[in-house]
Ligand binder design. Sequence first.
Ligand SMILES: [Zn+2]
Length: 188
Amino acid sequence: MSKGAKLIAPFLIDKIHLQFKINKMKIIISEIENTENKTKEINFSEIYDEFNKEIPVKAKLKAEVLGDLIRITGEIKAEIILTCDICLKEFKKELNIKVEEFFTKYSLNEMNIDEFEIKQDSFIEDLNGKDEIDITDFVYQSVILNIPNKCVCDINCKGDEKINQYIRTEITDPRLEIFKKIKIEKDN
Ligand SMILES: [Zn+2]
């Protein structure tokens, strides 16, 4: 394994609300192993209410079994609805996400995976002996990780007029006028 590769705890980011998603898409690793080229192409399309209630997240993925490693690569397309940090209005943002993630069947310590080229900074997730990968979760986590920290509807967003008006009113509160008249005299 290359030095830069990280081991991340399985799906750290909150998945609580995903537990209620009934029709989860899963791939069975032993089934892929039994195919001739040990590969499975996945065409994925699913609605996640928390991203966009109308437009599904789409993904074209490829799962490959490489000995004790499983590699998932491909692209995810999502049109998500975000709330602008400045004006608080909702806006749509299109995300095109390239993914490459590795899963290990067994704990990394027990494995010899030097023979496989793992790029620096690749994520490796331990399946702890499970024979399946939850693609619904995988896509969800990939989208979450790619939501920008700062959500602004437009680079020129000036904020909401009502909120600005409110702030202006507060600042010009006549009760505060008195403070403007106070002069602090400096000692010589
Ligand atoms: Zn805005």
